[in-house]
Design a protein around this ligand. Structure first.
Ligand code: ADP
Ligand code: MG
Length: 716
C-alpha cells in the first residue's frame, strides 16, 4: 500500500528542480552541438559507437555544464562486486608546467579511466589473467553532479574483457532481451524496433538515531543487531504502518527527496512500513539500467542525508529479530518504442494474444530457471528473511491471481492440434477478448508470493533491501530473452513446416507452455509448511541457504545459458560465484567475531558485575539474619545461579565457535569452507545470542552495556 504525503507547494517545486543536476536531454541540447547530441542519442537507441572526435566535443560540453553548476572534480562512477558504488575523484584543474593551470577534461577522460582497482573483488580474474581493469563510459545513463563532482556512470572491466562489475552483464542482458522481444513483437507489429525492460524498485529501510546506533558495535560493524531481547512492544499493534510519519523522519525524507529530485530520481511514494522505524521509498519506474543506477545512487544519498539528520539508515534485510525485515520489490515489465507495455492486456483480441505471449513466456522462463532466480537474490543477510514467515519463501513460484488462472485453464482445455476457425473465434472473443475487463477488477494480491503478476507487470519480491538490483535484473532479463528466442523458433517451425497460420502457431505453442508450467503457478500461502511439502512434490527447489542457492549460478545449464547469450562467459560466471561465496564467508566470519567480542567483553563482565552485587547482597542478608537469610535471599540466589549457567554456556559456545572458525579458515576448498561457515559457524551466532538475551532480562537495566531494542526501535 502506498500513500503519498506530498504537499502542494512541494510538488510545485519538484518539477522545477527535477533533474537539475543531470546532464539530461535538456542540458545536452544546450551544451552540445547538434551532431554530438545526435550521437549520444544514437548510442542509446541503437548502440552506435561514439567516435573519439565526438567524445571530445561531448566532454567539452559536459565540463562546461558541470563547471557552470560549480563542479570542480569528475569521477568515473561504477558498481564493483562489493555491492557499494565506487568513485575516484580527479580535479578538472591541471597545471600546465609554466606556473599556470587550466581546467581540463577531454574525450579521453570521459571515455576511459584506469582506476587502481586491485582491491575490488574479482573472483580471481585479475590475479590469473590481467592485473589491470578499466572503467568505460556508459552513455545510456546520464552523467550527474553530486556535491561538487561530475559523476560519469561507467562499466568496470578487466583488460582481458571480463566484467568486474554489476553493470556490464546487465547491459548485455538488456541487449539480448531487447533483440529477442523485438523479434517476437514483429508477429504483432512490424514497426517495433526496440524493447526496453523497465524496473520500478521499492526500497525498504530502517532509520535509527545515529547516537544510539553508534553505541551498538554490532550495528556499526555488521549492519544488524546480533543480540538484543525483543521489546515488550513490537509491531503487534500495527500502529506504525498505519500511523503518520514521525516529524523527524519526515524531515529526513523531504531532504532526501529534494536531493533525489535534483539527481533526476523520480521518487514518488513514501510511507511507513510494518516494523517500528521502518519506511519505504519508491520512484516511478524507469528503463532498467537507469533504474539500477538510480537505486545504487539513492542508497548512497540516503546514507549521506541521514548523517545530516543524525540518523543511521539500515539497509540490512533483517536488522532486528522479531520484527519485519526489509526487502526491495523489483517491479519489472517490457515495453516497446511504440509505447506498448507488453505485460499490459490491450483492447483487442490480437493485442491480448501479444500480452499472453509475453505473460506465458515469462512464467515459463521462471519455471525453467527457478533455481537460478533464487540464486540471483541469495546473500548471507537475505537468508534471514527468505522463508522466515514474513517474506517470500526460498521457493520460487508465480502468482497470477484467480482470474488469469481461469483464463489459462480455459486455454489449456482447447483441443489439441490445430484450432478450427470457429474455435479460434470463440476463444478469442470469449477468453482472450475478456482479459482487460477481468484484470480491471483483479485486485487480489498475494503478499506471500516471491514473484507475482500485478496487473501490468511482474513483481519480484524476494530481492533483498541491501542488494544491487542488477543481479536479479540480469538473470530475469536473460532467462526471458532465452525463452522468447525458443518461442520464436518453435512458432516459426510450425509456420514453416506445418503450414500453420501465424496466430494458430502462436496459440499452439502457448497452450503447450501453459500445460507444462503448472508446477510453478501457486496461489496459496507461501509461508505455510503445506506449501513446502507441495513444492517438493512439484519438483521445485527450496534452497534455504546462500551456499546451497548459489550453486545454481555455476550449474552446467546456467553457464551454458549465459555463454550462449553472451551475458557472462564461463570464466565470468565462475568468478562471480567465487566472489559471492567468499563474501558469504566473510560476513559470517565478521558476525562471529563481533558477537564473540560483545559476549566476552561487554555482556559477560556486566553479568559478573551484577552477580557480584547480588552476592554482596546475599552476604549482607546472612550477616543480618544469620541462618534465616535463605528464605529472604531466594530470588537473589536463583538469579546468581541462572547468571552462572548462562555465563558458562556463553563461554563454552564462544570457545567452540572460535574452534569451528579456525577449522573452517584452514580449508583450502572455498566451497567446503563456505559450507562449514553455514552449517557449523552460523548456528553459534543464534545460540550465543539466545543466552545473551536471557541475561539481558536478568541483569539490572542500569548497568546493561548495550542500547536496547525498545530504544533503537521506538526513539523517534
Ligand atoms: P505496491 O502495491 O507493491 O507498493 P505499486 O502498485 O504502488 O506497488 O507500484 C510499485 C512500483 O511498480 C512503482 O515503483 C511503479 O513505478 C512500478 N511500476 C508500475 N508500472 C511498471 C512497469 N510497467 N514496469 C516496471 N515497474 C512498474
Ligand atoms: Mg510492491
Amino acid at each position: 500500500m502506498d500513500r503519498s504525503y506530498s504537499m502542494p507547494e512541494e510538488s510545485r517545486n519538484r518539477s522545477e528542480i527535477f533533474g537539475a543536476n543531470v546532464f539530461n536531454t535538456m542540458a545536452m541540447r544546450q551544451y552540445l552541438s547538434a551532431d554530438a547530441f545526435k550521437s549520444v542519442v544514437n548510442a542509446n537507441n541503437k548502440g552506435d559507437k561514439i567516435s573519439r572526435v565526438v567524445a571530445n566535443h561531448i566532454a567539452a560540453g559536459m565540463k562546461e555544464w558541470a563547471m557552470s553548476k560549480g563542479a570542480t572534480h569528475y569521477t568515473h562512477w561504477f558498481q564493483p562486486l562489493t555491492g557499494a558504488t565506487a568513485e575516484k575523484h580527479d580535479a578538472f584543474f591541471e597545471p600546465t608546467g609554466d606556473g599556470l593551470a587550466i581546467e581540463r577534461f577531454g574525450g579521453d577522460q570521459l571515455v576511459q579511466q584506469e582506476p587502481d582497482a586491485s582491491s575490488f573483488p574479482s573472483g580471481g580474474i585479475r590475479n590469473t589473467f590481467e592485473a589491470r581493469g578499466y572503467t568505460a563510459w556508459d552513455p545510456s545513463s546520464p552523467a550527474f553532479i553530486y556535491g561538487s563532482t561530475l559523476c560519469i556512470p561507467t562499466v568496470f572491466v578487466a583488460y582481458t574483457g571480463e566484467a568486474l562489475d554489476y553493470k556490464t552483464p546487465l547491459l548485455r542482458a538488456l541487449h539480448v532481451v531487447d533483440e529477442a522481444a523485438v523479434a517476437v513483437c514483429k508477429y504483432f507489429d512490424k514497426n517495433v524496433k526496440k524493447v526496453n525492460a523497465s524496473l520500478g524498485w521499492e526500497q525498504e529501510y530502517f532509520l535509527i538515531d545515529s547516537a544510539l546506533a553508534q553505541a551498538r558495535p554490532d550495528i556499526t560493524l555488521t549492519g544488524r543487531t546480533l543480540l538484543g531481547h525483543a521489546s515488550a512492544k513490537g509491531q503487534q499493534l500495527d500502529d506504525h504502518y498505519f500511523g503518520t510519519i514521525p516529524n523527524r523522519a519526515m524531515a529526513y525524507m523531504r531532504d532526501l527527496e529534494h536531493e533525489s529530485m535534483l539527481l533526476g530520481i523520480p521518487v514518488k511514494t513514501r510511507h511507513n512500513e510494518v516494523a517500528p522505524n521502518q519506511f519505504e521509498l519508491a520512484p516511478i519506474f524507469d528503463e532498467a539500467n537507469l533504474a539500477v543506477d538510480h537505486n545504487s545512487l539513492l542508497m548512497d544519498i540516503m546514507e549521506k542525508v541521514a548523517e545530516r539528520h543524525n540518523f543511521k539508515v539500515l539497509f540490512h534485510e533483517k536488522p532486528f529479530a522479531g520484527v519485519n525485515g526489509s526487502g526491495k520489490h523489483n517491479n519489472w515489465s517490457l515495453s516497446t518504442d511504440t509505447g506498448v507495455n507488453l505485460l499490459s492486456p490491450g483492447k483487442t483480441p490480437m493485442s491480448n494474444l501479444q500480452f499472453l505471449t509475453f505473460f506465458v513466456n515469462t512464467i515459463k522462463s521462471v519455471y525453467e530457471n527457478e533455481a537460478l532466480l533464487r540464486a540471483s537474490i541469495a546473500s548471507a543477510s537475505n537468508d534471514h528473511r527468505l522463508g522466515a514467515n514474513e517474506a517470500p519463501p526460498a521457493i520460487m513460484s508465480v502468482f497470477i491471481g484467480e482470474q488469469l488462472t481461469a483464463v489459462l485453464d480455459e486455454l489449456k482445455k482447447v483441443t489439441t492440434g490445430k484450432l478450427s476457425p470457429q474455435e479460434k473465434t470463440d476463444l478469442k472473443l470469449n477468453v482472450i477478448g475478456k482479459i482487460p475487463e477481468i484484470l480491471l477488477d483483479n485486485t487480489d494480491r498475494n503478499r506471500t508470493s516471491p514473484f507475482a503478476f500485478t496487473g501490468n507487470k511482474f513483481e519480484f519480491r524476494a530481492v533483498g533491501s541491501k542488494a544491487n538490483c542488477a543481479n536479479p535484473m540480469t538473470v530475469l532479463n536473460t532467462i526471458v530473452a532465452k525463452q522468447l528466442m525458443n518461442f520464436k523458433t518453435e512458432v516459426d517451425t510450425l509456420i514453416d513446416e506445418k503450414d500453420m497460420k501465424k496466430d494458430d502457431a502462436i496459440f499452439n505453442v502457448l497452450r503447450e507452455y501453459i500445460k507444462g508450467c503448472t508446477p510453478i503457478l501457486f496461489e496459496g500461502n507461501g509461508y505455510s509448511e503445506k506449501w513446502e511439502k507441495e513444492a517438493k512434490k512439484r519438483g521445485l527447489s527450496n534452497n534455504k541457504t546462500t551456499p546451497e542457492a548459489l550453486k545454481a549460478k555455476v550449474s552446467k545449464k546456467t553457464i551454458q545459458l549465459f555463454e550462449e547469450l553472451g551475458v557472462l562467459n564461463a570464466k565470468e560466471s565462475e568468478a562471480r560465484y567465487e566472489v559471492e561465496i567468499e563474501e558469504y564467508v566473510l560476513r559470517i566470519q565478521i558476525e562471529g567475531r563481533v558477537l564473540g567480542d560483545i559476549a566476552k567483553n561487554h555482556i559477560m563482565p556486566t553479568a559478573v558485575k551484577y552477580q557480584n552485587i547480588l552476592i554482596e547482597n546475599v552476604k549482607g542478608l546472612q550477616q543480618i539474619y544469620g541462618d534465616e537469610f535463605r528464605g529472604l535471599a531466594e530470588s537473589q540466589l536463583d538469579l546468581i545461579t541462572q547468571i552462572s549457567e548462562h555465563l558458562n554456556t556463553i563461554n563454552v559456545l564462544v570457545k567452540e565457535m572460535i574452534e569451528q572458525r579456525k577449522k573452517a579458515n584452514k580449508m583450502v576448498d572455498l566451497e567446503k569452507k563456505t559450507k562449514c561457515y553455514c552449517e557449523k559457524v552460523l548456528p553459534f551466532i543464534g545460540d550465543i545470542r539466545y543466552h545473551c538475551d536471557k541475561l539481558e532480562l536478568l541483569v539490572d537495566d542500569e548497568i546493561w552495556p548495550l542500547v536496547k531494542y525498545r530504544e533503537l526501535l521506538f526513539t523517534k
